[in-house]
Design a protein around this ligand. Structure first.
Ligand SMILES: Cc1cc2nc3c(=O)[nH]c(=O)nc-3n(C[C@H](O)[C@H](O)[C@H](O)COP(=O)(O)OP(=O)(O)OC[C@H]3O[C@@H](n4cnc5c(N)ncnc54)[C@H](O)[C@@H]3O)c2cc1C
Length: 136
């Protein structure tokens, strides 16, 4: 399901205050991690302070038929100059499979310069989730 999904809700927290935003992502089954592309704003500042995050993803067919996955993991940034070229390449390959999805996140807000962006990874510590019982 993580491989099929492209959109999740990323939750982070700081000083006992949760914060959740929708975000696009790509799952890397081989490396057991999730890559995302993020503007540098509140969520990135909070995750730099506290890298423990959750990502919730769901598939909803109808109100009786749905699946959720919750990823518990650690946020890390993948910088171009940090000896992480392999991870960066891997992330970019996966992003390229869904061309253009990241453009709205990087769009210029009127009255502001184009925001700084980071490529980041969530290393998966554990997964949980629920699925409704289906009657075929
Ligand atoms: C379907 C979907 C997909 C998305 N995919 C991504 C993605 O892949 N990557 C990504 O980074 N984001 C994505 N977003 C946007 C994301 O959900 C956040 O809204 C965005 O990234 C900003 O988060 P931030 O924590 O950096 O907020 P910030 O921009 O830091 O904002 C923090 C606070 O400042 C306020 N604020 C900021 N700018 C303004 C303004 N111009 N006017 C008034 N108040 C303002 C906000 O209300 C907020 O309370 C997606 C959103 C949707 C709906």
């Amino acid at each position: 399901m993580l491989a099929r999904a492209a959109l999740g809700r990323l939750a982070c927290s700081r000083f006992d205050q949760p914060y959740v935003v929708p975000i696009h992502f790509s799952f890397d089954a081989e490396k057991d991690c999730i890559y995302a592309f993020s503007t540098v704003g509140q969520k990135v500042q909070w995750m730099r302070d506290n890298p423990k995050v959750c990502l919730e993803v769901e598939e909803i067919d109808d109100r009786n038929s749905w699946t959720t996955v919750v990823v518990f993991g650690r946020y890390e940034e993948i910088h171009q100059s940090s000896g992480e070229s392999e991870a960066r390449e891997r992330a970019e390959q996966l992003f390229a499979a869904r061309p253009g999805w990241w453009l709205p996140a990087a769009a210029k807000v009127p009255g502001h310069e184009r925001p700084d962006v980071v490529v980041c990874r969530i290393r998966i510590d554990r997964l949980t989730g629920r699925r409704t019982a289906r009657r075929d």
